[in-house]
Design a protein around this ligand. Structure first.
Ligand code: GTP
Ligand code: MN
Ligand code: MN
Length: 421
């Protein structure tokens, strides 16, 4: 019997970028429950609700011990009424009805299946669902015209919904490195995204490319891409300018007449022998069931029945089901080919912006969002993956390292492995 008056409430700073959040923490069950509701909100194109649940989950991830009573949560930031109800449900009953019924809902399952196609976002999936399309077979039968990305996404569906291992990320890293130094000696490649934060699996592999001499990186992306194409490493690629959020809350980009193709979404063809015995992390579902859940490597499905995948992807069998019987079998139909498809993001940055790009592409997504929110609300600064602008001083603040950016922002430095908000 806990005497509520004696319970010591936890204390956590308001912004996720003020907290150290390692991959392992003490409240996975609660954080997973809230993350699933966040994911469902995002899949339903309700980003505001999504962020609220992500923030609540990130508070729980930062706690020094497991939560055992509601009284411990008193005064914590970012825990709204809805999140508190979910937490109470889990504490009282071991699970949240809302979470469980969401997992089972046809809409959620269909959204997962359809947005599991590379190139398909929440809006497209919702439109298809409104036409009665819930599975890949129904999509194929519908005769919808798919764009190039979606076609590639459908073609490599199983591969792209299987988590990328660290070993595979390293194998891809060697290829990217070779491509980059072949077309521009002295250029440097840095692993970013979830793998830089220490994750053992991810939905893609992210790289940042620069050259120590400013300007030498110009025009690099098209050259890297064409080298990779010639060598047969790319199944799909689309190079674009990086305009992510900059228009919204970042400073105006310096005017430039050279169109900078600095970002490339791609699908690599990775030979299986190029990977040193890449193994699936134990206990993780082989599917993309969790791929939208930030910083979370555990499968959301607690029982195979609730696997959201259609039989076409699984051959009628959830891999989780077979692994729970102690046997892990290759069930994907594509298992015979000697290669697999892997999503890879490449970004080129001039060295003067490198620290900003590195910080911006390391994530997690919530950590990034919170950094920008902190910059704007607390410091009257605009942070992007290109620059930091001080609105009071009316000038850009330079930085050669992530540490300097944190210092400009008046924040304690948080290393990548503790940015898993
Ligand atoms: P997994 O890939 O799912 O393992 O996790 P991840 O954290 O690596 O996610 P993801 O690859 O989606 O993104 C990595 C980082 O890049 C995150 O911090 C994102 O906020 C950031 N990011 C993603 N897309 C863009 C973009 O278009 N522009 C910029 N500047 N950043 C982006
Ligand atoms: Mn990534
Ligand atoms: Mn990415």
């Amino acid at each position: 019997q806990i005497n509520e008056a004696e319970v010591v409430a936890f204390s956590v700073p308001s912004y996720a970028c003020q907290r150290r959040i390692a991959l392992d923490h003490h409240n996975t069950v609660l954080a997973d429950a809230l993350s699933l509701l966040a994911e469902n909100a995002e899949l339903s194109d309700e980003d505001g609700r999504g962020v609220a649940f992500r923030r609540a989950a990130a508070v729980l991830k930062a706690l020094p011990r497991q939560v055992t009573s509601m009284a411990q949560l008193k005064g914590l930031p970012c825990l709204g009424g809805h999140s508190l109800r979910v937490i109470k449900d889990v504490l009282d009953n071991g699970a949240s009805d809302e979470v469980e019924s969401t997992k089972r809902s046809e809409r959620y399952k269909a959204l997962k299946v359809l947005t599991g196609i590379f190139g398909v976002g929440a809006k497209t999936a919702a439109r298809w669902i409104s036409e009665g399309i819930h599975t890949l077979q129904q999509l194929q039968a519908s005769g919808h015209t798919l764009n190039r990305a979606q076609q590639a996404g459908l073609e490599h569906y199983d591969d792209l919904n299987q988590p990328v291992t660290k070993a595979e990320a390293d194998a891809i890293g060697e290829i990217v490195e070779k491509a980059v130094v072949s077309v521009l000696p002295g250029a440097q490649v840095t692993l970013t995204g979830g793998f830089r934060r220490g994750k053992l699996a991810g939905h893609d592999v992210d790289f940042l490319i620069t050259h120590p001499e400013e300007g030498r990186e110009e025009g690099l992306m098209p050259k890297v891409v064409s080298w990779l194409v010639k060598q047969g490493f790319l199944l799909y690629q689309k190079t674009t300018r990086n305009s992510y959020l900059e228009s919204k809350d970042g400073p105006a980009q310096p005017p430039s007449n050279i169109d900078r193709f600095e970002r490339c979404f791609s699908i690599f063809k990775l030979e299986k022998q190029a990977t040193k015995q890449a193994e699936m992390p134990e206990d993780s579902c082989s599917f993309g069931a969790h791929r939208q859940v930030e910083g979370d490597d555990t499968c959301l499905q607690t029982d195979p029945q609730s696997c959201s995948l259609s039989p076409i992807q699984t051959g009628g069998l959830c891999r989780r089901a077979s692994s729970e019987e102690g046997q892990l079998e290759e069930t994907e139909p594509a298992g015979h080919k000697p290669w697999r498809a892997v999503r890879v993001d490449l970004v080129v940055s001039p060295v003067s912006q490198f620290a900003f790009a590195l910080l911006g592409w390391t994530g997690s997504k919530l950590f990034e969002r919170e950094l920008r929110r902190w910059a704007g609300y607390e410091k009257a600064m605009s942070l992007s993956s290109h620059a930091l602008y001080d609105n009071n001083q009316g000038r850009y603040l330079r930085a050669a390292s992530e540490e300097e950016i944190f210092a400009h922002l008046g924040l304690e430095y948080i290393p990548p492995s503790e940015r898993n908000a």
